[in-house]
Design a protein around this ligand. Structure first.
Ligand code: AMP
Length: 223
């Protein structure tokens, strides 16, 4: 089984992806995380992608294709995996099908209105060391500017600046929302209301996935 989680920037797909990974034992493959790691490591792919990411634009399909191909070939993905942030346009849907086309799919779009997104992203802070995520409004750190988990400094993602947020939302509407039609046509598309607390949203996702995953060999992780 492959779960594809998509939604506009700030819809909480990264956070929800982590919870799905923990609950169902499906490794989360996040192209955003893989790209940010490549930028930090200063790899050739990271250097090619960095400027585009900082402007809120998509990096080229061949860059993400290489990252995903390498990641899903690892043994932990044999029984299934969760994709966060890929595919992000119709061309990437085709790339994914060509890469691993026979796996059953379950697609979830987390739906959040633009005005909520702008507020969420402007208030998001990320630990520079362990990457823990905070919200200055809903989930502030105990000590201002410091990570509760590791004490590292908190900062803002370069693409969470207001002018870049607007561009990312435009890219979502123009590119990513198109993949909805494709998965609707395949009868594997499900929309989830992304409003409310993290737990409330996860409850909605869980209600959908419990049924779907029961029918496959992907059981819940032994927590
Ligand atoms: P995310 O963490 O998913 O919001 O992704 C952050 C940024 O990484 C995006 O704004 C893009 O610049 C880039 N990115 C992530 N996934 C993809 C993808 N599938 N295709 C192209 N660019 C991507």
């Amino acid at each position: 089984m492959r779960v594809i989680l998509f939604g506009p920037p700030g819809s909480g797909k990264g956070t929800q992806g982590d919870l799905v990974e923990k609950r169902y034992g499906l490794p989360k493959v996040s192209t955003g995380d893989l790209l940010r790691q490549a930028v930090r490591d200063g790899t050739p792919l990271g250097r090619r992608g960095e400027a585009l990411m900082n402007q809120g634009l998509l990096v080229s399909d061949d860059i993400v294709e290489g990252l995903v191909r390498e990641r899903i070939a690892r043994p932990d993905c044999r029984r299934g995996y969760l994709l966060d942030g890929f595919p992000r346009n119709p061309a990437q849907v085709k790339i994914l099908d060509a890469m691993d086309g026979t796996r059953p799919e379950f697609v979830i779009e987390i739906v959040v209105p633009p005005e909520v997104i702008i507020g969420r992203l402007a208030n998001r802070r990320v630990c520079a060391q362990c990457k823990a995520i905070y919200s200055l409004v809903n989930c502030p750190p105990r000590v201002e500017g410091r990570c509760d988990v590791c004490g590292g400094p908190l900062g803002q993602r370069p693409d969470d600046k207001p002018e870049v947020i607007a561009e990312r939302l435009r890219v979502y509407q123009d590119e990513t929302a198109k993949i909805r039609e494709h998965y609707l046509g395949k009868n594997v598309y499900h929309a989830v209301d992304g409003g409310g607390s993290v737990e409330e949203v996860f409850g909605r996702i869980e209600a959908l996935l419990d049924g779907a995953l029961r029918e496959t060999d992907t059981g819940k992780a032994q927590a």
